[in-house]
Design a protein around this ligand. Sequence first.
Ligand code: NAP
Length: 289
Amino acid sequence: MSAEIIDGKAIAEEVRREVAAEVAEWVAAGHDAPGLATVLVGEDPASAVYVGGKQKATHEVGMQGFDHRLAADTPQADVETLLAELNADPRVSGILLQLPTPGHIDGNGLTGLIDPGKDVDGLTPVSAGLLAKGRPGLRPCTPAGCMELLDRHDVELEGAEAVVVGRSDLVGKPVAQMLLARNATVTVCHSRTRDLPAVCRRADVLVAAVGRPRMVQGDWVKPGATVLDVGINRTDDGLVGDVDFDAVKDKAAAITPVPGGVGPMTIAMLLVNTLKAARLQQAAPGVPA
Ligand code: NAP
């Protein structure tokens, strides 16, 4: 058996086209185009590429982009002031503080200052709390992208055994909570999990978000499982995931490749969140999502 390849690039393009159409309708109905403000502190080249990609995608779907780039030695207080201005600016529907920030700046603390109604990265404590309580809110983009891939491939989640490897605030925990909200039976694994291969073999849906190249082996996967590989690892062989794709593709029913699987979904879901935030602000300004 050879697995169906879950084409995240194609699905992300589809999502972006849908967002563009909805933005056009929103504007035609007399609203301002939704606006995404990105804040980058410092000159980290990878972060600059990510932010550039997010701004480009924002313009492509007809939204406004506000691209704030601050010098690496910007004092924390200045970033706080900028976030307060963006929170108050009605043109700004969503705010994203690019992490990591330089050492003298408390990136997590700053994230917590973003108005939860504009938290399009879904990383503030309020957004995390809403997700944990199963209440509506803005969800982190990469986990939301995972769910979109599963849904667009009609993967049955109700009652399914889902195993998530990784428990970060960015990916592992939120994707586990989203799977739980869809009535999967969820196991979350981490660096102290005993007999990880045996736990993974239980999974109907296996999500790897670890950051270790090709860690998940062919014999860790139950025949017929759906495997989402969130990992992005730069190696001498180029970009590889957390899953040994060549070994797993003959066991799984469906699998995401790296690159071109989960990765492209993150920006697509950021656009979805920005439109959602604009709608929520229109419906009830000042009220968290
Ligand atoms: P992270 O914060 O470093 O978390 C890694 C998790 O993996 C931790 O929970 C850690 O366990 C667990 N882990 C580490 N070694 C392990 C082992 N040997 N066995 C079992 N679990 C182990 O990473 P992250 O931010 O979640 O990112 C994970 C991967 O996804 C990275 O490759 C990253 O580049 C990628 N990523 C991709 C996207 C995207 O596609 N757009 C977005 C975000 C992240 P402990 O908690 O016990 O330390």
